[in-house]
Each structure stands twice: as structure tokens, then as C-alpha cells.
Design a binder for this molecule. Sequence first.
Ligand code: SF4
Ligand code: SF4
Length: 171
Amino acid sequence: MSVSQLIEEAYTGLKSLVIGLGVTGKALTQPGVTVLYPMEEVARDNLASFRGHVELVGKDEDPAVPKCVACGACVKACPSDCITILCPIPAKEGEAGGEVKMGPAPQKGSKTPGAVYVDFSLCSLCGQCAKTCPVDSLKFSDNPYMVRFDRKEFRIDLLARLKRLAKEDGE
Ligand code: SF4
Ligand code: SF4
């Protein structure tokens, strides 16, 4: 290798080192985007585009009651089979009234769900359910700290969650 080639190679190496240090220096002076969880938590206003598990949207006039009309469209749209919506099964003619039986939505005459569950351990966060809902009753939650020891604990009772959040917001 000639002297001029060596000088050229050294120049190129030095140049890329300076450029790399410039990038590192610039990043060092920027505000941090990561936090030392669990000692710190991210600010909630930084989560506008975050997709947590799916959750129900309450009615404007009564936030504890979902907008959901129990049509079952989200259940059909979900590619991962992680949504369960149950409604009361109407009693047949002549059938004695007793314990109310529940069946998968939709059920004739039922416009309100009796139970709504999502299994977050199966969810791919594709958004098909929220996109399909005709009354905008599903959205993504903004909880980035959903940590569990048991897979079964990712099955979330969305009606109970909606009621709890509405109560907390009202306090
Ligand atoms: S986001 Fe996708 S995978 Fe998750 S519940 Fe909705 S449709 Fe199913
Ligand atoms: S698509 Fe919307 S309205 Fe229909 S069952 Fe699902 S959440 Fe309820």
C-alpha cells in the first residue's frame, strides 16, 4: 500500500470517527426518552399513540355504561379470537324465569352486553376490533405497565374495568 493510500485511509477513518462522535454528542444533549422503571414512570401525556390492551368506551351521559350495542362484530373481526361478549339469552315461550343464561353476542333483543372480556395474552394489537365497531365503543388503553406473573391474569373483565375507571374519574 502506497503512502498516499495510507493517508487517504487514515483520513476516511478519522472523518467517520468525528461524524460518529458528533451523533453521540448530539444524542447526549437531547432529553432522555427512556425511564428507569420501576423507579420512574413515563408521563401519561407522552402516550397518545401508545397501544395498550383494548378497552370499552363509556357513554358521554354515563361513562360507566359502554356504548357497545352487543352486535358481536368485533368478536367476528378479531383474528386472534381474544374477545368474548356475552348477552342474556331470551327465555323461550313457556319457559319459567329463573337464572338468566348468557350466550355469545348477538342475542335477539339484547342491545347491552352482560359480560365483555379480552384475553390480552392473545391480542396482536391489530386494531381490527376498534375499526369494525359501528358505535366506536372500543379503544386502546394507555397503560404501558401491564405486568403479570400468570398468563390467565391477562384475561380482562372490560365491563368491570369501565365501571372502576368511571368511578375513579368521578371522585
Ligand atoms: S386488537 Fe386485534 S387481536 Fe387484539 S382484540 Fe382487537 S382485533 Fe383482536
Ligand atoms: S363491535 Fe362494538 S358494539 Fe359490536 S359488540 Fe363489539 S364493542 Fe360492542
